[in-house]
Design a protein around this ligand. Sequence first.
Ligand code: SAH
Length: 347
Amino acid sequence: MGRIIFNNMTIEEMKPFFCEIGEKEFRAEQLFTFIHKNHVNSLEDITVFSKDLRDKLNSIGEIDRIRVYRRFDSKIDDTKKYLFLLRDGNIIESVLMKYKYGYSACISTQVGCRMGCLFCASTKEGCIRNLNPSEMAEQIYAIEDDLGIRIGNIVFMGSGEPLDNYDNVLKFLNIIHHEKGHNLSYRNITLSTCGLVPKIYDLADEGIPITLSISLHSPFDDIRKTIMPIAKVYSIEEIINACRYYFKKTNRRITMEYTLMKGINDSIRDLEELVRILKGLNCHVNLIPLNPIKEFDSGKPKDAIIELFVKELKKANISATVRREMGADINAACGQLRRRFANRVDN
Ligand code: SAH
């Protein structure tokens, strides 16, 4: 068996672990707090443990920290983009955004992505591997430690499809929410998915009230199929039914992401159909002007079209906002920076 990465363990897993190695169960809380609240760099820094206990733990496993590889600061707003170096040489990216209500981090769940959405930079080289729970948590802690801040909101909108790395994402949620660690409210977490329907049902049944966000991008299955391969597997109707179930179980309003792409999904017909399919669903529409990438540049829709979408959705009692473009000067769109820079650094 390989060495244990202690950051990957929930408290529920740590308790039996300490008993198995002949130690008291309360050590679990101590170890968890030192890792997830105090962000210690190594077992040596856990001063409440005796040298013997530290040596014993050291012989079994370690605490894994990720390193900031590069940081890019937007000159337009307070957005910061981070590239992190993982121990196997892979690079991942995260974005920090400052809002009126505090700091929000956009984190990655996979190195790359295998969903193949045409307009998305993250998926162009496929999925290299899943991130483990510690690598998700570390994106948060490394940014907090770099800037001396507390991150109060997390969105799963970096590289990767979170529901395609379901078990690790769930474990990460348990860890980041735990009161002995970061203690982040589930309500401050948003998970975005391109629509893996069975996993939406599974998530609804977990009983954790995070916000579910669906990358819809078109109200028509045939158009959706041309820009999002997953649409060939699950229809919009199936997604909406899963959303209704999610709302019934969690009471959380669903977010619908709609990236406006000129000539693809920005016509009056698209708008009317969007209103029709969303009517009666408790949801909020987030309109995102396309952030063009070199493989896909339909062009951004005109401001007047964006405004019309907002106006007509609101008229139909569907709340809608336009996502402010943040960090436009630092390639803040999903997966863009990692690609432009270096996908991998060999140690
Ligand atoms: N895999 C998840 C998270 C992806 S990123 C998902 O599909 O939801 C978060 C959002 O950014 C998604 O809605 C995604 O479709 C959108 N997105 C990706 N590339 C984009 C681009 N170039 N311009 C605008 N939005 C983009």
